[in-house]
Ligand binder design. Structure first.
Ligand code: ADP
Length: 170
């Protein structure tokens, strides 16, 4: 049986922090489903299809040998329902700081309450990435800040298409 896990998130957009977690997770599991949440609390910057395409493109550009082991999917509704449909018990989440812990701890326990087979594994972010969040990237990019080192090149291009101020960094 291949070892499989689901890495769920908004990925709005994918950052180098997410990409590093994906690369490292593929040392632990055989197949990873990166699952884009289709019903975020706030209106997203990128539609689901574009977020999926950016994830696919970033993996293919950074580690093409891993691409065949990654499925990019999306789901709406409860994660417990999605993981049951996929038949994959293990959820992967990244942990940046103490501030992530509180929320992730609550979510992991709520999910296990809803579904006793549900388990979450956490990977600590690398020290180069702990300060990167999609939200901060969106905010800085909207104001024309140089986010090139924070996101993969294809994500930077997609941000620059929305925020022309970014083109001055090219
Ligand atoms: P959500 O909106 O579900 O929190 P995100 O797209 O923000 O989704 O993040 C998805 C997962 O990736 C979460 O587990 C989050 O903690 C993790 N993550 C986000 N940014 C980083 C980062 N810079 N380094 C490591 N993990 C991260």
């Amino acid at each position: 049986m291949p070892r499989r896990a689901i890495y769920p998130g908004s990925f709005d957009p994918l950052t180098n922090g997410h990409l590093s977690i994906i690369h490292r997770a593929l040392r632990l599991v055989d197949e990873l489903v990166v699952a884009v949440v289709g019903n975020p609390k706030k209106a997203p910057l990128f539609p689901v299809d574009e977020r999926k395409a950016l994830i696919r493109g970033a993996i293919e550009a950074s580690a093409p040998e891993l691409a065949s082991r990654v499925e990019i999917d999306h789901f709406e509704g409860l994660l417990v329902d999605y993981r049951a449909k996929k038949g994959i018990p293990t959820i992967l989440r990244g942990l940046r700081a103490v501030s992530d812990f509180e929320y992730e701890f609550q979510m992991a326990n709520m999910n296990r309450k809803l579904d006793a087979e549900f388990d979450t594994i956490f990977m600590m972010t690398g020290e180069d990435y702990y300060f990167i969040s999609s939200q901060l990237v969106r905010e800085v990019a909207a104001l024309g800040g140089d986010v090139r080192g924070l996101v993969p090149p294809n994500v930077f291009a997609a941000l620059a298409a929305r925020f022309p101020l970014l083109l001055r960094h090219k």
